[in-house]
Design a binder for this molecule. Structure first.
Ligand code: SF4
Length: 162
């Protein structure tokens, strides 16, 4: 069976981001994969019961997604609220869906504390980027799923259509 691709819902045009917006990605491969039934869409945060809109959240300064998954750090909303459990649940939901549906790949939007795979924000809510990954992307990678950011769509095409 041809491997499926887990996709961030906001990339597919769903208005599920914290600010109530979508961030659609347009690419002919996405249209083709959709027609072929290869796309599995999820917003991990919504799957864990988070509302739209919601406060922005970031992994706390000095911690990584691996720390979050091992219980050694927190994900905080901009008002200091602790959303660590929801972010862990979000990642587990995404991994469970990927396994159930046979996803070998994931196409996730960069910068998110869940879906980011190349950069995230530094936890100071000042718009400062740093290299790193979100909680969902990190759990998927740790379980053998190849994660690509929205900027790596051509690499994903090369891998998924090989
Ligand atoms: Fe998009 Fe992922 Fe954030 Fe959901 S959790 S809004 S899919 S970046």
């Amino acid at each position: 069976m041809t491997a499926k691709i887990l996709v961030s819902a906001c990339l597919m045009g769903h208005a599920v981001r914290y600010d109530g917006q979508a961030k659609p990605l347009v690419h002919p491969a996405l249209d083709r994969w959709r027609e072929e039934g290869r796309l599995v869409t999820i917003c991990p945060e919504i799957s864990a019961g988070m509302p739209v809109p919601r406060l922005p959240a970031e992994i706390e300064p000095g911690k990584s997604a691996t720390d979050i998954l091992s219980g050694n750090g927190h994900v905080r909303e901009s008002n200091g609220g602790d959303v660590t459990d929801a972010f862990r649940q979000a990642a587990e939901n995404a991994l469970a869906l990927a396994r159930e549906t046979g996803c070998a790949y994931a196409l996730l939007i960069d910068g998110s504390p869940s879906c980011g795979s190349g950069f995230i924000y530094d936890g100071s809510f000042s718009g400062q980027r740093q290299p790193g990954a979100g909680v969902t992307a990190t759990l998927l990678k740790a379980n053998g799923i190849q994660v690509f950011s929205d900027r790596q769509i051509e690499e994903l095409v090369a891998a998924a259509d090989a």
